[in-house]
Design a protein around this ligand. Sequence first.
Ligand code: KG4
Ligand code: ZN
Length: 357
Amino acid sequence: MSENPIILGIETSCDETAISLIQDNQSGIPRILSNIISSQIDVHKEFGGVVPELAARSHSEKINLIAEKAIADSKISLDKISAVAATAGPGLVVCLTVGLNFGKALASSLEIPFIGVNHLEGHALSPKLQEKIEYPYLLLLISGGHSQFLSVNGLGNYKRLGTTIDDALGEAYDKTAKLLGIEFPGGPKLEKFAEKGDPNKFKLPKPIINKGGCNMSFAGLKTAILRITKSISCDQERFDLAACFQKTIEEILYTKSEIAIDEFCKINSINHSSFIVAGGVAANKGIRKKLIEISKKKKFHPIFPDLKLCGDNAAMIAMVGLEKFKVKNFDSLDLAASPRLALDKNAKFLKGAGVKL
Ligand code: KG4
Ligand code: ZN
């Protein structure tokens, strides 16, 4: 085994088949040896969303090839790998199972430890592939399935400060994009539309902006947009509506991040730290700009993962695998997929009509 541990990470929780090898480094920032991501956008495009059975089949068809490419790119031989880490949840069970089974078989044949990883913890630790970050830090996780503020107190140690009470932010982007006639997945293209529009043309609601602490709500925005789309007739108005949606999201995140920073400081008895924004939506340039502004105002250090590490990838899974490897937190080969894994297991379920904030 080489001196610095090498972890092979596997991600198949949704519609990306990804495998990456990373190696620990004296600098404290692990080196990414390879990071292969194969997206299934073309498989699901015509259905306007991810079809679980098609996604699972595509993972099964591609995973061998992706593994071969990741290992070849890393230029290391199989016997140098210290452990295999695979996403165990949350996600689509049929998809998770493909990566888990592949990872278990590989770990077993190489006679090395197997580590199950919470996909959300992957996003939470993803910036550690770029920069040394001390615990505790504040995390805003914004992806297709989750929108949460968390105090990250250590590996496996999370306190949720706020969450969406309805749609996840990525979901809100994708649904709004669909209403504007943008094909799936709409988030990145909606951002491009917004650049061509007037952000002050339409007034959109900011649900629960003045209540519920740093909890968030995005479903009302979609309803308002649906109403407006019925009366718009030209491309320019679609660009304007995209720009108004983008601006409203930026303002909601600015306000809610300020509240989250205050709550973080209160529970950790400190007045500055890092503010990490991770998950697919963290690729959005407008959101980045606005969250840098609030970080500066509150004297927090803003950190965003590189674009390649924002969306689903396996380097972030290997990153968690590496931290777990160092404390010998291994799993047995009968670990099952967990579609509903959370980061803060004690946090209350806060979703649906009638939720008390
Ligand atoms: O983290 P991720 O790759 O997958 C999940 O774990 O959900 O996030 C995917 C989400 C999608 O909803 C996608 O539309 C959104 O991230 N997204 C964006 C942008 N890039 C990806 N949303 C807004 N602006 C972007 N630039
Ligand atoms: Zn994700």
